[in-house]
Design a protein around this ligand. Structure first.
Ligand code: ZN
Length: 212
């Protein structure tokens, strides 16, 4: 599904749950980086309300032993992609979400200033789902259409030694191949849609994807 980012930085079709954990980006600061994260709360459990509660400061510290240390964190991300591909938005892209923490990318610190944070519901044991890759690729395309995105990095890339997400289960090659195909332009995207009708083209597309 194609996604669209409005001028205020809201994604049409996303479920919006506002987080208070955000503020203004520095004046004139362009959005140039996407930071990919992974999260599960409680750790290793999927589908619960924990992530949403964390990002909206409603995590009950006694609901799970892990929450005792987590509940008072003031954190957020712009987006969460759940296991079934559902897209949740917590912070408009125009605002600064608090996801990267102490961080640096290509020698430039404070990544929150110039980045968009995308959380994938998952952990370091279980592969991410097809629905998550599809939604992430669609979201990336939509963000690239709105902002001068120059780079995509993992949280572990911008905070090495301190953070390990999205972790070894995140298939960067697969994600980049999906983006590469979509970047071939609107015409190519239309053709890709037609692959269902054209076995020859389907094969070619598959081979291309595999080769990456
Ligand atoms: Zn992270």
């Amino acid at each position: 599904m194609k996604l669209f980012v409005t001028e205020e930085g809201l994604v049409e079709g996303a479920r919006f749950i506002g987080s208070p954990n955000c503020d203004e980006r520095p004046a004139g600061c362009a959005i140039e980086l996407i930071v990919i994260h992974s999260i599960s709360l409680p750790p290793g459990e999927f589908g619960g309300a924990g992530i949403i509660e964390l990002f909206t400061n409603r995590l009950n510290p006694v609901a799970h032993p892990y929450y005792a240390t987590t509940a008072d964190l003031k954190v957020s991300a712009h987006f969460l992609i759940r296991r079934d591909g559902e897209l949740v938005q917590f912070v408009p892209c125009a605002k600064r979400a608090w996801h990267a923490g102490e961080s640096s990318w290509r020698g430039r610190g404070r990544c929150n200033d110039f980045s968009i944070g995308v959380e994938l519901e998952g952990d370091e044991r279980v592969p991410f789902t097809d629905a998550q890759y599809e939604r992430l690729a669609a979201l990336t395309r939509a963000l690239e259409a709105r902002y001068p995105i120059a780079d995509i990095a993992g949280h572990s890339d911008v905070a090495p030694g301190r953070k390990s997400d999205p972790g070894p289960q995140f298939d960067w090659a697969r994600y980049r191949a999906m983006l590469k195909i979509s970047r071939q332009g609107a015409k190519a995207a239309k053709e890709t849609k037609k692959t269902k009708l054209s076995p020859r083209r389907t094969q070619r597309t598959r081979r291309k994807t595999k080769a990456k």
